[in-house]
Design a protein around this ligand. Structure first.
Ligand SMILES: [Zn+2]
Length: 289
């Protein structure tokens, strides 16, 4: 199953895969194999998790926090996937073959029960994980600093509220950049921000402060549409594989520059925001003055 890069849907998929793999089984092995990806705390990754049993999970934007019950109390495991992280599940009977398993080449941490091993694989080492007492993990994760999860926003008014400052004023920053600000709204990255704006017929350069209530409604629907479509395409019984350039691309505008707009046929254009490429249709997504 192919995906472009971890944004909200891929992280939700990872959460579901881990929950499904661990079930209510006791963790018998846990190992961190990368000091950059996994925070080196006290207790150690293994010490925190061995003997624990998964009791709950939550995701905010691109962050996941798993809650375990251990003989010593509640234990947490926070993780995010960075740019290339994904979860690989293998039966314990395959443990001996780990060295030859190409999919596990960039293993950063793993948790195993009697029957199943869950491994976080990340070639670029931008993923992060913290394990330890649940409340400490929650604090260290920075999740409290994130805006509301993008899947919990169902209408324009609620969406606009994410961006209003204390004065009630909206920023003049381009809406594309605002959508990717995790402290305001958690979960959208470069891909889904561009797709949501296309669905809402909003130019990515539009100053956030110039959106009308109709625009906010359209944008809230656009976010639901792009996240929902991708989420529905991800099967928690299958692993994700990120495609490199040239792989299949299910999106409307993302990396579709030079090809016709699926709505009007005009050529999709490419521009840049904060060093990241943005794709849009100049006819469907007119610039506001
Ligand atoms: Zn168009």
């Amino acid at each position: 199953m192919l995906a472009r890069m971890p944004e909200l849907p891929e992280v939700e998929h990872a959460r579901q895969v881990v929950v499904r793999a661990l079930g209510e089984m006791v963790v018998t092995h846990a190992a961190s194999t990368d000091a950059i990806v996994v925070a080196q705390g006290s207790p150690s990754f293994a010490h925190a998790l061995v003997g624990a049993r998964l009791a709950g999970s939550e995701r905010r934007g691109k962050s996941v926090i798993l809650r375990f019950v251990a003989p010593t109390g509640e234990v947490g495991l926070f993780f995010h996937l960075g740019m290339t992280g994904h979860v690989v599940v293998r039966p314990r009977s395959a443990d001996d073959a780990v060295k030859d398993d190409h999919a596990l080449r960039f293993a950063r941490w793993s948790i195993a029960t009697e029957t199943t091993r869950v491994t976080l694989v990340d070639a670029r080492r931008l993923a992060r994980a913290i394990a330890g007492p649940h409340d400490d993990v929650l604090r260290a994760s920075g999740v409290a600093k994130l805006g509301p999860d993008a899947l919990t926003i169902h209408d324009g008014e609620r969406l606009a509220r994410c961006y209003r400052g204390k004065s009630g004023k909206l920023p003049i920053a381009p809406i594309k950049l605002a959508l990717m600000d995790q402290a305001k709204l958690a979960g959208l990255g470069n891909i889904h921000a561009a797709e949501a704006l296309f669905h809402a017929r909003l130019h990515p350069d539009t100053p956030t402060s110039s959106l009308t209530s109709k625009d906010w409604d359209a944008l809230a629907s656009g976010i639901e549409k792009t996240l929902g479509t991708t989420l529905a395409s991800l099967d928690p019984t299958k692993e994700l594989v990120y495609v490199s350039d040239g792989g299949p691309n299910p999106f409307s505008v993302y990396r579709k520059d030079g090809t016709p707009c699926p709505v009007c046929g005009k050529t999709i254009e490419k521009t840049e925001h904060g060093g990241r490429s943005t794709y849009f249709c100049g006819k469907c997504q007119k610039k506001k003055r």
